[in-house]
Ligand binder design. Structure first.
Ligand code: ARG
Length: 400
């Protein structure tokens, strides 16, 4: 198997293994996007009279059939193929002959990988935003099912004021909808056409039409000048992973509340047995492992974000192979966020509150009573506060 850049000298197998790394596995998800971007590039070459009708048709048909057979599980990228770009060109050439050897005119794998990644990121961001909104809707449904259930509101882990399941769930639902909006807002950094920048310095001597590929792929703008493109690799990725990290922190806080509510001491909530796990030694245990794993996911996301930010920091201009390493933490963060949002949505569907176990400390009404005294008697808040404090200390039940 030859690499795209082979000029006759065999590649040391150990060097291939190390440099290709995980790409042959990671790039699998980029196949449909690299195909779309490659067809847009070929159409542009054809419009610019750099590719004949016949060659363009052979390329388009060949790439479409490769996308279909990949989706059907008929082939995967092999280590020998190095990455998605090589796999597609080699396989296209095997199918379409000489036409396949013409597709790489005016591009590099470095603008190619960015085009595929950005198309993928647009879909991933939309799916993740929709998943956050679906979880928000599941919390709305919980609030409706538990419309009459009161809850103590806690600060410092101490009962503070009266609250309710509606207020508790409503707070998380609002934050998750805001997370969804922030995830969608990463679009601004993602939606820029990298094609035509090639290895970072354009394609000298060729009439590359960057507007044509922009239009065909639906990017908002052309990423200009060509030197900006490689400087941006990792930035849209970091922006998305940052938003996913704060979303996972919301899930972590929701999980923390539920873990407390699920203890034997609280027993505010019940989960179906099918959603908890058992212990290998303690026959009585039903453990809320899902909540703990979701709480831990925030740490993984944080690590992915740090990794992405660290990779791009201090690199000089132009493509450098370090940037390949952005893909692993990016995909890991996306997959873990999608899985966590979906599993919490499922779990919230099975959650039931147990009002018989929810006891409010009478003290939770103290601030409300002080406020009422201000309204009724026109005294200062500080005076009302002190009076209610004395009533509580005297145990005369005045705060009810
Ligand atoms: N797998 C590479 C990446 O993700 C694609 C570009 C490789 N380019 C190169 N000149 N070696 O960055």
């Amino acid at each position: 198997m030859k690499r795209l850049w082979d000029k006759g000298q065999p590649l040391d197998e150990r060097i291939l293994r190390y440099t290709a790394g995980e790409d042959h596995v990671l790039d699998g998800r980029l196949v449909p996007y690299d195909v779309r971007a490659s067809i847009a590039h070929a159409r542009m070459l054809h419009e610019q009279k750099l590719l004949s009708d016949q060659d363009f048709r052979a390329i388009r048909t060949g790439l479409e059939s490769l996308a279909a057979s990949h989706a059907a599980g008929e082939w995967t990228i092999s280590l020998q193929e190095e990455d998605v770009h090589t796999a597609l060109e080699q396989r296209l050439t095997a199918m379409a002959g000489e036409a396949g050897r013409r597709i790489h005119l005016g591009r590099s794998r470095n603008d190619q990988v960015l085009a595929a990644l950005r198309l993928y990121l647009q879909d991933a961001a939309e799916d993740l935003a929709a998943a956050a909104e679906k979880l928000a809707s599941a919390l709305d449904a919980l609030a409706e099912r538990e419309a009459d259930t009161e809850l103590p509101g806690y600060t410092h882990m101490q009962q503070a004021m009266p609250s309710s399941v509606q207020l508790w769930a409503g707070g998380f639902a609002t934050e998750l909808r805001d997370d969804a909006a922030a995830i969608r807002a990463t679009h601004r950094r993602i939606s820029r056409n990298p094609l035509g920048s090639a290895a970072g310095y354009g394609a000298p001597g060729l009439p590359i039409d960057r507007e044509a590929t922009r239009r065909a792929l639906g990017f908002d703008t052309i990423h200009e000048p060509v030197t900006a493109v490689q400087l941006s690799r990792g930035k849209a990725e970091a922006a998305l992973v940052f938003e996913l990290t704060v979303s996972m922190q919301d899930l972590g806080r929701l999980a923390s509340d539920l873990l407390l509510f699920y203890t034997q001491e609280f027993r505010f909530v019940a989960l179906p047995e099918s959603m908890t796990t058992g212990s290998s030694i303690m026959p009585q245990k039903r453990n809320p492992d899902v909540l703990e794993l979701v709480r831990g996911a925030g740490a993984t996301l944080n690590g992915c974000l740090t990794e992405i930010l660290g990779l791009q920091a201090k690199l000089g201009s132009g493509y450098q192979r370090d940037l390949q390493r952005v893909k692993a933490p990016l995909f890991r963060a996306i997959d873990l966020s999608a899985d966590s949002l979906a599993i919490i949505e499922y779990l919230v569907g099975g959650l039931r509150f147990l009002p018989e176990n929810i006891r409010m400390d009478p003290g939770v009404h103290a601030a409300g009573r002080a406020n009422r005294l201000v309204l009724e008697e026109g005294i200062s808040f500080r005076e009302a506060y002190q009076r209610v404090g004395r009533e509580l200390a005297g145990g005369d039940g005045g705060a009810a």
